[in-house]
Design a binder for this molecule. Structure first.
Ligand code: KG4
Ligand code: ZN
Length: 339
């Protein structure tokens, strides 16, 4: 089983991701053979956010062509597959069902095992797709559109949640703040680009929940502060960039303060960053600087594997399948699911 390629399918939100991976911890990229991705961003842009029904339908349209494309890229046929992994949650229920149904059906037809993967475990393990991957134990900061979590990883599959968000996730705060300032969907990356033109020190916002002990996050108050600053400003282009910069600095600082605390609390010397916000340049740069100063190591997935993708699902699934785990043939998804 371990020798045979695993198909990974990601359809939890607005990206259809497919990958093929032959799990080999020592191989470059963890044994990744091919990966393909189709982003639905254009489809949802007019609505200012993801429309669940449109997302499901587009996954239906794109999934099989992407699987064919990945197989062709790897020079394989479906008969070569040793198993199938798909995202079983958390996410949009209709979108999840597309990947789960296709994955289950394919596995059943081929007579190979299938496994439903936790989307955040996928993100968490994405740095293992890089050369020189992190060895557990490590601390992981998972920052995406739906989550802001600090997790202690004692071993693969052994996770302790150290901190979580009390309200908005970090990516959600980026997206909502961008929308408030009139930036088009998807706002997070646009806001981050704009922040690069912002002037240092023009706006300063608070670093929420850093003045008390603990590892939880809260970003909704920060969002309100930014809204007030924006409403009271001249709303010129430079002002928008200045506010974006102040906001990004506040988020990045807050995340780094909590990462340092978590590393100290666990006595860990390795930090893994994953999830869409892990693509943020300021976060990557400042964490690298903090790591050099404090003497810990930080591991990021490549930019493409910070945001949603099939490779991380293939990897998490392949590891679980290799350890003998798989599930019966029922198509089950979990729109809400604790890690
Ligand atoms: O992991 P992901 O692709 O999907 C979820 O599982 O949520 O993360 C998407 C989130 C969005 O909120 C997006 O705005 C944010 O990641 N994001 C960024 C950047 N790139 C993506 N936030 C800040 N800076 C970026 N460069
Ligand atoms: Zn995600």
């Amino acid at each position: 089983l371990q020798r045979k390629p695993i198909l990974g399918i990601e359809t939890s939100c607005d990206e259809t991701g497919v990958a093929l991976l032959r799990w080999e911890p020592a191989a470059p990229g963890g044994g990744l053979l091919a990966h393909t991705l189709y982003s639905q961003i254009k489809l949802h842009a007019d609505y200012g956010g993801v429309v669940p029904e449109l997302a499901s339908r587009d996954h239906v349209r794109k999934l099989l062509p992407l699987i064919r494309e990945a197989l062709a890229e790897a020079g394989l046929t479906v008969q070569d597959l040793g198993g199938v992994a798909y995202t079983a949650g958390p996410g949009l229920v209709g979108a999840l069902l597309v990947g789960a149904s296709a994955g289950r059906a394919l596995a059943w037809a081929l007579g190979v095992p299938a496994i439903g993967v936790h989307h955040m475990e996928g993100h968490l393990l994405a740095p293992l797709l890089e050369d020189d991957p992190p060895e557990p134990p490590f601390v992981a900061l998972l920052v995406s559109g739906g989550h802001s979590m600090l997790v202690e990883v004692e071993a693969i599959g052994q996770y302790t949640i150290l901190g979580d968000t009390l309200d908005d996730a970090a990516g959600e705060a980026f997206d909502k703040t961008a929308k408030m300032m009139g930036l088009p969907y998807p706002g997070g990356p646009t806001l981050a680009r704009l922040a690069e033109q912002g002037r240092a020190g023009a706006f300063r916002f608070s670093r929420p929940m850093t003045d008390r002990p603990g590892l939880d996050f809260s970003f909704s108050g920060l969002k309100t502060q930014v809204l007030l600053a924006w409403q009271q400003s001249d709303q010129a282009d430079q002002t928008r960039a200045d506010i974006a910069r102040g906001f990004e600095e506040a988020i990045v600082d807050t995340l780094i303060i909590k990462c340092r605390r978590a590393l100290q609390a666990c006595g860990a010397s390795r930090l893994v960053i994953a999830g869409g916000v892990g693509a943020n340049r300021r976060l990557r740069g400042e964490l690298a600087a903090a790591a050099a100063k404090d003497g810990f190591r930080v591991y990021f997935p490549r930019l493409d594997f910070c945001t949603d993708n099939g490779a991380m699902i293939a990897l998490a699934g392949a590891i679980r399948l290799a350890s003998g785990q798989h599930q019966d043939a029922s198509v089950e998804v979990h729109p809400r699911w604790d890690l």
